[in-house]
Write a protein that binds this ligand. Structure first.
Ligand code: ATP
Ligand code: MG
Length: 236
């Protein structure tokens, strides 16, 4: 039977010199769910996201989005197919306003883009700050802004690289609400996050990397008690 996959990664490998950052990693995402990607520092999480989004060409393996190969595409081509992502290190334009930060990424006509940008700023509770320079926003607000920006192009699959890191409690709740809201809209979300409570609460399924290899996958409850996972986190 054909499985309903939005993203299928088969045996992806990516090395940097002598370091195998991602090692024959395979995984499948079905639409409309929130997935987690965890693993110790340097285990290849960001590199896997970079391979999916075309930022780093993979050395080997295949990536399919809605059944079509996307490995080998450039980042803007991957974005056009419907995959959006945020970065571990904030990439907002500090000298542009919050609103302008959203408008620069869109390929829609201005009026529609403007409406959408304002809607999204409301969605992440930054509408009050739309004319503020992004550089003047708090760290957490900048993370919310980046999150809103990734939604400008209405992606169906959203990759979030440590969205909660450094975000205070109040803003964190806004963020978690917004992520759940995306799922309610039928979007697929794939999140890298070190905060175990956040990732366990949000995800329906979690994948675990260690030295670039997928060592476990399953629902949060099982992952928490998985021997290999505990070993990867505490055993070295
Ligand atoms: N551009 C690069 N050049 C050389 N080595 C790299 C590059 N990017 C990543 N690496 C190496 O690849 C491995 C995986 O790094 P990656 O950033 O993907 O890990 P991560 O799981 O995202 O870690 P963290 O939790 O700290 O963000 C590490 O050993 C890292 O040093
Ligand atoms: Mg990373």
């Amino acid at each position: 039977m054909m499985e309903n996959c939005i993203l299928e990664i088969q045996e992806i490998t990516k090395s940097f010199g002598g370091v195998t950052a991602v090692d024959r990693c395979s995984l499948k995402l079905t639409p409309g769910k929130i997935y987690g990607l965890i693993g110790p520092n340097g285990s290849g999480k960001t590199t896997l996201f970079n391979c999916i989004t075309g930022l780093e060409p993979r050395d080997d393996g295949e990536i399919r989005y809605k059944g079509k190969r996307i490995d080998g595409l450039k980042p803007h081509q991957v974005a056009r197919r419907g995959i959006g992502r945020t970065f571990q290190i904030i990439r907002v334009f500090p000298e542009l306003t919050a609103l302008e930060n959203l408008l620069v990424v869109t390929w829609e006509p201005f009026d529609a883009a403007h409406r959408r940008a304002q809607e999204l700023l409301r969605f992440v509770t930054l509408d009050r700050l739309q004319n503020e320079y992004a550089g003047n926003l708090s760290y957490g607000q900048q993370k919310l802004l980046e999150f809103a920006r990734v939604l400008m192009t209405d992606p169906e699959l959203i990759l979030l690289d440590e969205p909660a890191a450094g975000v205070n409690r109040t803003l964190l709740n806004e963020l978690l609400g917004a992520i759940r809201n995306l799922r309610a809209q039928g979007k697929t979300v794939f999140i890298v996050e070190h905060d175990m409570k956040v990732i366990m609460d949000l995800s329906e399924k979690i994948f675990v990397l260690n030295y670039g290899e997928k060592i476990a996958e399953g629902p949060p409850g099982l992952i928490q008690s998985d021997e290999r996972v505990i070993e990867a986190y505490f055993g070295r």
